[in-house]
Ligand binder design. Structure first.
Ligand code: FAD
Ligand code: UDP
Length: 400
């Protein structure tokens, strides 16, 4: 019978059995239990296993690796990102060199258009945006700077996500491109958010219409999931997918834990829940080759309930008769996608961070583990730095 079951599974007639906790060796059989198979967890698993010879168990409550960067082929065979568009960009040669061990790259420069009225115009705001919006003919950086100066409303103190924009471009452009989008995305007014949020998309006086200016911008050639699979493919790494840490907690599987889930959840929300912003993704496949001129179109209009639409074929270069797109609808409930950068949340996080110092056998890493609005490259950098800092520790575990 078991041979028949195996056959049925390999023929994809039956789903594989849910992994049972009992499958994992008990009683400290692993040096590390890593919670989360996203960038933070996977980089540390790879380093510990491949560089230090540690035995690692990686669990993730989702049934796949890659965390929020997970991609897969949808029913039409189009490579899509399950949790919204992920574009890799960085200025760090070290991070590129590290990831390049696990993937080749497809050069890709990300471009975003904002939908304003009936028209699409480049975002971040640049010279082309201003010329289109105001029917101007600004030709040089100097002319554009002069125009922006005439619109800007200098702020004495730049604290909030609103101040940053008003200071640079004034209220009108702020309302057109930032106010509605930010209120939808975060559920609060930009004046309630840290300046770092809108400082991610600074206005330019030139006509460079790329979304990012980083030296390295590319997509993993065969997708993110394939890259993660290469990273985690090591004899010392065992994967427990579809398994929540809470179900392993009592088992004493490892001496040390690396936790990349929400830090407040680890401590059972002892000081109260840290706020996160979530999204609902609406994925669609359309019977047409192209839907929109660029990978991402943003919708700052407050009357439109979604923030952006992504068309994946622009990111991947895939050719296909159909096309797949995703709408993003921000919401409070659901998976914790975004830590919300504002002072009271940072203060609450500090309480958890202090508490974590009383738990030296647990290391918190990643966007949720350290409650930071990090891009993928920053998480990789943080994980590599964490590994380097573990140096002395690693020698100790070896002795045990
Ligand atoms: P995650 O990817 O969130 O991984 C954490 C994992 O831990 C998850 O898989 C989760 O299931 C698991 N987990 C949590 N708790 C438990 C538990 N109790 N038991 C078991 N498993 C658990 N960055 C860019 O650089 N470029 C982009 O274009 C970009 N676009 C983005 C778009 C969206 C919509 C979002 C939400 C993020 C985007 N990012 C982008 C950020 C990027 O997703 C993150 O920087 C990165 O994925 C964080 O990796 P991580 O490992 O810290 O966390
Ligand atoms: N933003 C905006 N209008 C836009 C694009 C961005 O108001 O057209 C603001 C918004 O607050 C957003 C933030 O800038 O959350 C950062 O944008 P980014 O594209 O970096 O967000 P992410 O890709 O992380 O969701």
């Amino acid at each position: 019978i078991s041979a028949l079951v195996d056959q049925a599974i390999s023929a994809r007639l039956m789903p594989p059995p849910a992994p049972a906790v009992r499958r994992y060796a008990q009683g400290g059989a692993y040096d590390y239990l890593i919670v989360g198979a996203g960038f933070a967890g996977s980089v540390l698993a790879e380093r510990l296993a491949a560089d230090s010879g540690k035995r690692v168990l990686v669990c993730d409550r989702r049934p796949h690796v890659g965390g929020n960067a997970y991609d897969h082929h949808d029913a039409a065979g189009i490579l899509v990102h399950k949790y919204g568009p992920h574009i890799f960009h960085t200025n760090s040669d070290d991070i590129v060199a590290y990831l390049s061990r696990f993937t080749a790259w497809r050069p890709y420069q990300h471009r975003v258009l904002a939908s304003v009225g009936e028209r699409l115009m480049p975002m971040p705001i640049n010279r082309t945006t201003l010329n289109a919006l105001y029917q101007l003919n600004l030709r040089t950086d100097a002319e554009t700077e002069e125009f922006l100066r005439s619109r800007a409303e200098p702020q004495e103190m730049i604290r909030s996500a609103r101040d940053v924009v008003i200071n640079q471009v004034g209220s009108e452009l702020y309302r057109t491109f930032f106010e509605g989008y930010t209120r939808k995305q975060w559920g609060v007014d930009p004046s309630e958010l840290d300046k770092s949020v809108t400082a991610r998309v600074p206005t330019r006086s030139n006509a460079d219409d790329r979304y990012f200016l980083d030296q390295f911008q590319a997509m993993p050639l065969h997708g993110y999931t394939a890259m993660f699979e290469n990273m985690l493919d090591h004899d010392n790494i065992e994967l427990a997918l579809g398994v929540d840490y809470r179900d392993l907690r009592a088992d004493g599987l490892a001496k040390r834990i690396i936790y990349t889930g929400p830090i407040d959840e680890y401590f059972d929300h002892r000081f109260g829940a840290l706020p996160y912003r979530s999204l609902r993704f609406q994925h669609e496949t359309l019977a047409q080759r192209r839907f929109q001129p660029v990978a991402v179109v943003n919708y700052p209009d407050p009357e439109i309930p979604y923030t952006r639409i992504t068309e994946y074929k622009h990111l991947t270069g895939q050719t296909h008769r159909q096309t797949s797109i995703t709408y993003e609808f921000p919401q409070d409930a659901g998976d914790p996608y975004y830590p919300i950068p504002r002072p009271e949340n940072a203060a609450l996080y500090k309480q958890y961070e202090a508490l974590s110092r009383e738990h030296p056998n647990v290391t918190f890493v990643g966007r949720l583990g350290t409650y930071r609005y990090y891009n993928m490259d920053q998480v990789v950098g943080q994980a590599l730095a964490t590994y380097r800092r573990m140096g002395a520790d690693l020698a100790q575990t070896q002795e045990v």
